[in-house]
Design a protein. Structure first.
Length: 132
């Protein structure tokens, strides 16, 4: 227990258009902060058709996927045959791969909620991500 220093329990977010579905958002830890900082600081190296290499920082959508994956705590979203799309202990890559299949509106809802819960996380301007 960290007292007033942290939110201890996961937040269960219910989707606007499907309130029976939820996505649990774990509290931010210093380990999450470290992983996020490393992700934000390491640019990607790309090569154009002429063989020129250049660096590019992560896009907003890449940041959204990473932050959502870092704070993943569970979900009741299931496949068509009723199996969970992710286990509670899914790793970062599994979560990012799975949310990559989500409609953009669902990703936006989760990321906006993360920003509301943890002001240093989430979109810089949530209005840019609102789709409704």
């Amino acid at each position: 227990n960290f007292g007033d220093y942290a939110i201890i329990d996961a937040y269960e977010y219910h989707f606007e258009k499907a309130p029976d579905l939820y996505w649990k958002i774990n509290p931010v830890t210093s380990g999450n902060e470290l992983a996020r900082a490393k992700f934000l600081m390491h640019n990607r190296v790309f090569e154009d058709v002429n063989g020129n290499r250049y660096e590019q920082p992560p896009t907003a959508l890449e940041i959204a996927h990473r932050e959502i994956a870092l704070l993943y705590g569970g979900t009741n979203i299931a496949t068509r045959d009723g199996k969970p799309i992710l286990g509670e202990k899914a790793n970062l890559n599994e979560v990012e791969r799975t949310i990559g299949k989500f409609p953009p509106e669902m990703v936006a809802e989760i990321w906006i909620k993360i920003g509301e819960l943890y002001p240093k996380w989430g979109p810089a301007d949530p209005n840019d991500w609102k789709t409704g």
